[in-house]
Design a protein around this ligand. Structure first.
Ligand SMILES: Cc1cc2nc3c(=O)[nH]c(=O)nc-3n(C[C@H](O)[C@H](O)[C@H](O)COP(=O)(O)OP(=O)(O)OC[C@H]3O[C@@H](n4cnc5c(N)ncnc54)[C@H](O)[C@@H]3O)c2cc1C
Length: 389
């Protein structure tokens, strides 16, 4: 099979510097050489390709934008975004793994953690020796995490946690969980280590989507954690939401990767599949589909580069990140469905990546804020009227 050549209709590469292109191309080759050959097998088995973890660490993909003093690559936000794009071209599960480790575990430790927490956890997480997860969502509180019922109480030596989280990526395999719980009615972050008495993380089974990702419940039954395991620098729902903004930024890029994989598969297929004595690429209806896909990919690329530049300047607003996540995932899902139609019956086979991406994107459009919640975030921003309740 011919290697992926990229999709760049507007010469958007001109907007990238050499380092950004190098990161993109390095991760592109990694995806071709290591992810694509094994991903269907893992997807079918419902397992995460764990042997990729040290390789991803070597490429600097964990905490990629964090400071070098913690062993991180300290790349800029555009380079990081391009890396997420390529990973998700492989599979959303692999990008999700890197997003959770980087944006939802290392970022809160860097931003809200103590010096001791940073010194201990960040280098180990960067090297992939330790895996983290982020526990915010609860069975009864998804889009409205502020209602969470997981509670922390003070004890003589620290805190006692009770409650449950659900839908937690990497929960079962994580060495450390960043858990959000209310202490005296205010949200705080706690580091809960694997093996702590009363803490369990059973894997959730039966997913038709993100099958190559581990998704878990986290259960806390009188879990005693030391005083040093609270994230000391801040409190309130704003903390987990700030982590979600980091992760959503990576998702906005990642969705382009899924979309490119589907577009590429559909274009290649349409040129070789002959019906009524002509390649189906020669029919206007097929061309309309392909052009629609390319238009949306092109717009998403330009949007993400500018968003990354704003982020590097420190001026990206969370509402802009919401718009990008909302737009790019929505169109990636539409592209995956359209690509599936171009492939006809073959579109449902795992010989092609299309159905896998389509199924994955059904999770991606829901997690990290549903499509509707991002509509409400941007809607409030432009009108001044919150419409959540
Ligand atoms: C594979 C996967 C991995 C995940 N990983 C993590 C993780 O690592 N950590 C974590 O904390 N969470 C994780 N999540 C959870 C995810 O963030 C939640 O599923 C998401 O926030 C939505 O919550 P919910 O599923 O409870 O849906 P609900 O909040 O119940 O929403 C159901 C529907 O109602 C709509 N809705 C809700 N409120 C409103 C409103 N006010 N106005 C209009 N419509 C509304 C929603 O948009 C949606 O369409 C993961 C989810 C999945 C599927």
């Amino acid at each position: 099979m011919q290697k992926f050549q990229g999709v760049d209709y507007f010469n958007a590469d001109q907007l990238l510097n050499e380092e950004e292109i190098l990161v993109r191309n390095t991760v592109r080759h990694f995806v071709d050489d290591y992810i694509l050959p094994v991903i269907e097998e893992h997807y079918r088995a419902g397992t995460f390709p764990a042997p990729l973890i040290p390789k991803m660490a070597e490429l600097g993909l964990f905490g990629a934008t964090l400071p070098a003093r913690y062993g991180c690559a300290e790349m800029n936000n555009v380079a990081y975004g391009l890396a997420m794009q390529e990973l998700e071209r492989g599979d959303s599960a692999v990008r999700s793994f890197a997003s959770v480790q980087s944006a939802l575990v290392m970022y809160p430790i860097l931003t809200y953690g103590s010096e001791a927490q940073k010194d201990f956890w960040l280098p180990r997480l960067a090297r992939g020796e330790k895996i983290g997860c982020f526990g915010l969502t609860e069975p009864d509180y998804g889009s409205n995490p502020g209602g969470m019922i997981t509670r922390a109480e003070r004890t003589k030596d620290g805190y006692r946690l009770n409650g449950a989280k659900m839908w937690i990526t990497n929960g079962t395999v994580a060495d450390v969980a960043v858990v959000w719980a209310k202490l005296d009615g205010i949200v705080h972050g706690f580091l809960v280590e694997k093996g702590t008495k009363g803490f369990s993380a059973p894997e959730m089974k039966g997913k038709h989507s993100l099958r190559a990702s581990v998704t878990s419940e986290l259960v806390f039954e009188d879990v005693l954690i030391p005083a040093d395991n609270i994230l000391p620098n801040g409190s309130g729902l704003r903390l987990p939401l700030s982590c979600l903004s980091q992760a959503r930024y990576g998702i906005a890029w990642g969705a382009i990767g899924s979309a490119m994989a589907c577009y590429d598969a559909a274009l290649t297929y349409a040129q070789s599949r002959v019906q009524f004595a002509r390649p189906i690429a020669g029919y206007q209806l097929t061309q309309a589909k392909l052009v629609e896909m390319l238009s949306e990919i092109t717009k998403a690329q330009l949007l993400c580069v500018q968003l990354g530049r704003l982020k590097d300047q420190g001026s990206a607003r969370f509402q802009q990140i919401s718009l990008a996540k909302r737009n790019n995932v929505f169109h990636a899902l539409a592209i995956a469905r359209e690509a599936r139609s171009i492939l006809g019956a073959n579109g449902i086979l795992d010989e092609y990546p299309v159905m896998r991406h389509a199924a994955n994107l059904e999770s991606v459009i829901t997690y990290e804020g549903t499509h509707e919640m991002h509509t409400l975030i941007v809607g409030e921003d432009i009108t001044g009227h919150p419409a959540y309740t």
